[in-house]
Write a protein that binds this ligand. Structure first.
Ligand SMILES: NC(=O)c1ccc[n+]([C@@H]2O[C@H](COP(=O)([O-])OP(=O)(O)OC[C@H]3O[C@@H](n4cnc5c(N)ncnc54)[C@H](O)[C@@H]3O)[C@@H](O)[C@H]2O)c1
Length: 262
């Protein structure tokens, strides 16, 4: 017999929580698929009743994925999520935070017009939620773990119309570093993946988003846009033992675009 020997997946039997699947185009869904491929046990969360059926259907396609409600602006939802995970009686190994929101008008009008309410909402959902999720996840990561969030170049460079979301991503990246510093002694690593632009529901809310895709395809070193699967494979690396020495980092998965000056 010349078959390949059985190769265990990189995340075999690891317990992973993935927040941010809305539909099959969500980056979180690509990550969930890659985590399943590598043998992880999945818990997916959905934001609200409107998404429940779609996320349950996707979980069914993935197989063996549990689905729970969690709107990160609702402290009760977060508390319930923590309680359900604690009842599992097995450690949590990985968390993927793939959540962001800003009012559509704040992604289309001049940044100087951003309202206080729009500013706070974007930061609450897109940055503070990483802190809130980490607070419930860390005590469950009794064997150490990996927390991964998704960010974008607009945190440090001006990208037309990204506006308040860029400012929220800057906060998210700083939150990631403070969490990495505090949770590191417990063996919990915290990192961000800075993804190149991908056409998802959130991205479509940004005015003239297709111009961003065109610019990247033209100028990125790899002369193309980023595939969701490329982002997902880096998430696998960070969640796996291969990433054991990496924390407090931002890994760019963007066809190299971020190195370009012009
Ligand atoms: N698509 C891109 O071009 C791109 C590039 C870089 C980074 N990102 C980041 O990737 C992450 C995922 O976005 P996506 O592009 O997959 O879009 P998406 O719309 O599929 O995912 C965004 C998710 O955030 C969730 N969400 C929003 N408000 C929430 C709340 N109050 N509680 C719980 N969940 C909430 C939505 O339900 C959705 O599942 C975001 O952080 C986004 O900023 C996306």
């Amino acid at each position: 017999m010349f078959g390949f020997p059985f190769m265990p997946g990189l995340l075999e039997a690891k317990n992973a929580l993935i927040l941010g699947v809305a539909n099959r185009w969500s980056l979180a869904y690509a990550i969930a698929e890659a985590f399943r491929r590598e043998g992880a046990l999945l818990t997916l969360t959905y934001q609200g009743e409107r998404q429940r059926q779609a996320v349950e259907n996707l979980a069914g396609e993935l197989g063996k994925a549990r689905v729970l409600a969690c709107d990160v602006t609702q402290p009760d939802d977060l508390e319930r999520l923590g309680q359900v995970l604690a009842r599992d009686g097995r450690p949590l190994d990985a968390v993927v935070h793939s959540i962001a929101f800003a009012q559509r008008e704040d992604l289309a009008r001049p940044f100087v017009e951003t309202s206080e309410a729009g500013f706070l909402l974007a930061h609450r959902v897109s940055a503070y939620s990483l802190v809130a999720v980490s607070r419930i996840a860390a005590p469950l990561m009794t064997q150490g773990g990996s927390i991964i969030t998704l960010t974008y170049l607009g945190a440090t460079r001006v990208v037309p119309n990204y506006n308040v979301m860029g400012v929220a991503k800057a906060s998210l990246e700083a939150c990631m570093r403070y969490l990495a510093s505090e949770l590191g002694p417990r063996g919990i690593r915290v990192n961000a993946i800075s993804a190149g632009p991908v056409k998802t529901a959130s991205a479509r809310a940004i005015k003239d988003f297709s111009a961003v895709l065109d610019t990247v395809a033209e100028r990125a070193p790899l002369r193309r846009n980023t595939e969701p699967g490329e982002i997902a494979d880096v998430a696998v690396f960070l969640a796996s033992n291969l990433g054991r020495g990496v924390t407090g980092n931002i890994l760019f998965v963007d066809a190299g675009y971020q190195i370009m000056g012009l």
